[in-house]
Design a protein around this ligand. Structure first.
Ligand code: SF4
Length: 380
């Protein structure tokens, strides 16, 4: 297997746009949309708090938000939520097609189903029909665990015969996805995406490359069960960057055993470093070493989310010492460093403020530094 054509272009589809819900274009020349997934059960009695949190996720670059909908109470909460937030929401449904039908009574942007575990064709057809009637996009989410028996058997036979496991599994995933796509098309339904997720980087890349050679249906990318913060980001970065080289991927989720915020920050950084997203704040910070005279880690911890929520197109440098601080950060629009009892703020390599922090407690020092930094930041 391997990609023969260099660049792919997916079809364009639009999700959202119903009621209050923002419309997001996927595929074509649209930018790659970022998703994360809510990590708690969705319940009606916490909807106000959920809406507040969604607004924060939006500031961190969340374009689409997915919720697991495993039961009737979460479906009811989902329907209500779609009417009180502009965020395009996706209901993630397994097994019970009636939950998918109920979620489409609200302003759902998208329903993710795995046709392999929804049951009979009649049930999948009912979901397709309601999606058609309500203008809801569907995502076919395929995984090796729920492939039809003939594909699973063929995959195992190929592996016994010596075919590499990643290749055999990727081929089976693609075949499974193509069958489901053919079923959708047979019923005249075109507003759908496909995802084929695996926990192996290579299998993820092979499956998506192979699918992109066969179809222009937009792809949702993700390495599933990618692991905790560091390993999950490494795997997602490797898989996405390889696929982005061929313009494969219309929407992404960085799956982490970590917070939604970190999933969004990781996605943002991957897109920026791969040249798929322009603008926004670029945060440059030193790793810190024995020369440090400024608490880089503490400052970054306090400021990272706030900075990423800013709508400025600037570089921010956070450096541990004056030896390298203003010098290494001279291309930064704004930077901060320190020495002894002095914290220095600089703009494009020129020191603009010295803050004397001698004798201050940790909280007093942080408050003084943050206030000064905020003022300089807002002046940009
Ligand atoms: Fe060390 Fe200073 Fe470089 Fe940070 S900027 S890594 S503290 S030498």
């Amino acid at each position: 297997m391997g990609v023969k054509t260099l660049m792919y272009k997916a079809d364009t589809i639009r999700i959202g746009g119903k009621g209050l819900v923002r419309s997001v274009t996927l595929g074509g020349d649209a930018s790659i949309a970022v998703q994360t997934m809510w990590k708690q059960p969705l319940r009606e009695n916490t909807l106000a708090e959920t809406v507040r949190k969604i607004a924060e996720l939006e500031q961190l670059g969340c374009d689409i938000l997915r919720f697991a909908v495993p039961d009737a109470p979460s479906a009811e909460a989902f329907v209500k939520l779609t009417r009180i937030t502009p965020m395009p929401l996706v209901a993630d449904i397994h097994f019970d097609y009636r939950l998918a039908l109920r979620c489409m009574d609200g302003d759902a942007a998208k329903i993710r189903i795995n046709p392999g575990n929804i049951g009979t064709e009649e049930r999948v057809k009912a979901v397709i029909q309601k999606a058609q009637d309500t203008g809801t996009v569907l995502r076919i989410g395929v995984n090796t665990g729920s492939l039809p028996a003939d594909l699973r058997n063929r995959m195992e036979e190929e592996m016994h015969a010596g075919r590499e496991a990643d290749e055999a599994r990727a081929a089976a995933l693609v075949e499974g996805a193509c069958r489901e796509a053919a079923f959708f098309e047979k019923h005249g339904f075109k507003q759908y995406l496909v995802s084929m997720k695996a926990s192996s980087v290579r299998e993820t890349v092979l499956a998506n490359e192979l699918f992109a050679q066969k179809s222009s249906v937009p792809l949702h990318l993700g390495v599933t069960e990618a692991g905790p913060l560091v390993s999950g980001i490494v795997k997602s970065t490797l898989a996405f960057s390889k696929l982005f080289e061929h313009n494969i991927g219309s929407t992404i989720r960085v799956s982490l055993s970590d917070t939604m915020e970190n999933e969004l920050i990781a996605a943002r950084e991957i897109l920026m470093e791969c040249g798929k997203r322009q603008g926004g704040i670029r945060l440059v910070s030193c790793p810190r070493c024995g020369r440090n005279g400024f608490d880089v880690h503490g400052f970054v911890e306090r400021w990272q989310r706030r900075l990423f929520a800013e709508e400025k197109d600037i570089t921010v440098a956070v450096m541990g010492c004056v030896v390298n601080g203003p010098g290494e950060g001279k291309f930064a629009d704004i930077g901060i460093t320190g020495a002894d009892n002095m914290v220095l703020l600089f703009k494009r390599g020129v020191i603009v403020q010295r803050i004397d922090v001698q004798g201050l407690s940790d909280s007093e020092r942080n408050a003084a530094v943050d206030a000064a930094f905020e003022k300089e930041l807002q002046s940009l």
